[in-house]
Every structure is written in structure tokens, then in C-alpha cells.
Design a protein around this ligand. Structure first.
Ligand code: NDP
Length: 255
């Protein structure tokens, strides 16, 4: 990486941490208008299946491109991190949107556009870092406790995320669009175990990758999902009089 690119990279990284703080505070007051929180006044609407496809395909393809630019197809253990990332995003981009059910909703175009900006930003930081620093991810790294623990946490988090989303999908009959109280799995403890699993997965990935760009991604994931879990929790309690009062919003027994 040349010195100019290095400066751009650091600006995007450190600036990105600051922006995440602003986004977090903003989302505590303004819930992102999609799903149950969709409302008028956010510009043109687009089918949510297309929106998920668009934004998540960027998160699937762009990091690989940035990684390959830096790595030049060299083999090595760094591919483990790339493969974990790709498995997550192949599912999110190409399977998840079609599991959501037949008759679907719309979301403001602004949501996928903002997501595409963030996903490109994140893809550049993480893909480029892994490509340029591929040599750090050697056999010694592979046997380190943080790598082993991180990969296991990623797998557990992903399993919780996918299982929890599947419970939600099964709540609706084909063509239905309403909401029910979810039960089973981690819903026993929290209102948004899909978000909990997502956060856990990326925290695990960051632990394994042990890099500032990976930390950047976890911080942004939390900045998005913590306020949204609180908004879901408030919505569930307001909507269902019999909503289990002991359920936390996001982290079992804690929060
Ligand atoms: P939600 O939990 O809000 O919704 C997931 C799906 O389940 C939607 O299709 C939703 O329908 C449906 N659903 C939710 N609750 C109910 C219910 N009580 N009854 C019936 N159907 C329900 O998740 P998001 O849409 O916000 O996120 C989807 C996935 O993307 C999650 O796995 C999440 O972790 C991930 N994600 C990751 C982010 C990141 O920063 N890495 C950011 C945002 C999401 P409907 O659309 O009609 O509400």
C-alpha cells in the first residue's frame, strides 16, 4: 500500500469509528424505516427482496475483489477468514432474501443505498487489509487461542442467527404479512436473537482476524443492531399485551 493509500485507509478507518458513534446515537432516536418500522416520508420504495439482494451482494463480492487485488491469489491460511466471510454473505445475499416468504413488503430506497455505501467502505477496509497483510495469517496464527476461539464463536453466532431467522419465517403462513410472538430457541431469553447471533458471529470473526478493520465492522454492527433491538423490544411490548416480560432485548440475562 503506497503512502497516499495508507492515509486514505487510515482516514476511512478512524473516521469510520467516529461516524459509527454518530450513527448509534441517531438510531436510538430514529429507527431505520424498514420491516415493522417502515413509514412514509423516506422517498421511493422498492421491493425488500431486491433491496436485500442489492445491498448484500455488495457485501459478498466487494471484499473478495479488494482482497484479491492485494493478495494476488496467493494461498495461505488467510483464506479461512475470507471463506467464513463469504459463507455468511452467500447465505445473506442469495438465500436469505428468498426465505423471507412469498408476498413481500417494500422499503425506502434510501436504506439499500446507505447499506451499499457502508458495505463498500467495510469491504475496502477488511478486504484490502487481509490482502495486504495476508502473511500475518500463518500456521502460528491458525493455532493461536484467539483464532480458534474466534472461529468457534463465529460458527456458534452464525448458527444462532440463522436458526432465529428461521423461527421468524415459520411464524407466517404463505402470503401472510403480520407479526406473532416468536417462541423457542434463544427467543426464550431475548427478543432479537438473530441480531445477537449476528453480533456474536462478527465479534468472533474480529477476534480471529485481530485487526482494526475487523473491530470497525463489529462496532458498526453494534451501532446498527443495538438500537434496532431496543426498538423491536419496545414495539413487541406495545403490540402484544401477553409479551413475555422477562425477555431481554438483545443479550441473554443482561440487556
Ligand atoms: P427482523 O428480525 O426485523 O426480521 C427478520 C425477518 O423476519 C423479516 O422478514 C421480518 O418480516 C420477519 N419477522 C420479524 N419478526 C417477526 C414476527 N414477530 N412475526 C413474523 N415475522 C417476523 O430482522 P432484520 O430484517 O432487521 O434483519 C434481517 C437479518 O439481517 C438478520 O439476520 C440480521 O441479523 C441481519 N442484519 C445485519 C445487520 C448488520 O449490521 N450486520 C444489519 C441489519 C440486519 P418484516 O420484514 O415484514 O418485518
Amino acid at each position: 500500500m503506497g503512502s497516499i493509500e495508507q492515509r486514505v485507509f487510515e482516514g476511512l478507518l478512524y473516521g469510520g469509528f467516529a461516524v459509527a458513534g454518530v450513527v448509534f446515537v441517531t438510531l436510538l432516536f430514529v429507527t431505520a424505516p424498514y420491516g415493522r418500522h417502515t413509514r412514509k416520508g423516506w422517498g421511493p420504495l422498492l421491493s425488500d427482496v431486491w433491496c436485500w439482494l442489492l445491498m448484500e451482494c455488495v457485501a459478498m463480492v466487494a471484499p473478495l475483489v479488494f482482497f484479491l487485488i492485494g493478495n494476488g491469489f496467493r494461498p495461505g491460511w488467510v483464506w479461512l477468514l475470507v471463506v467464513l466471510w463469504e459463507v455468511h454473505y452467500v447465505h445473506r445475499a442469495l438465500i436469505y432474501p428468498f426465505r423471507m416468504g412469498g408476498r413481500r413488503k417494500h422499503m425506502p430506497l434510501a436504506i439499500p443505498l446507505m447499506a451499499v455505501v457502508f458495505n463498500t467502505w467495510n469491504a475496502y477496509l477488511n478486504g484490502r487489509y487481509l490482502g495486504v497483510h495476508a502473511d500475518l495469517y500463518n500456521a502460528e496464527w491458525l493455532s493461536s487461542p484467539h483464532c480458534i476461539a474466534g472461529v468457534l464463536i463465529f460458527i456458534v453466532g452464525s448458527a444462532i442467527n440463522i436458526h432465529s431467522d428461521e423461527i421468524l419465517f415459520r411464524l407466517r403462513a404463505p402470503g401472510e404479512m403480520g407479526y406473532r410472538i416468536p417462541y423457542g430457541g434463544f427467543y426464550r431469553w431475548v427478543s432479537c436473537p438473530n441480531y445477537f447471533g449476528e453480533l456474536l458471529a462478527w465479534a468472533g470473526w474480529a477476534l480471529a482476524a485481530w485487526s482494526l478493520p475487523a473491530l470497525f465492522f463489529v462496532v458498526w454492527t453494534a451501532a446498527n443492531l443495538v438500537p434496532r433491538a431496543l426498538a423491536h423490544q419496545r414495539w413487541y411490548r406495545k403490540t402484544f399485551a401477553d409479551y413475555p416480560p422477562e425477555r431481554k432485548a438483545l443479550i441473554p440475562f443482561l440487556f
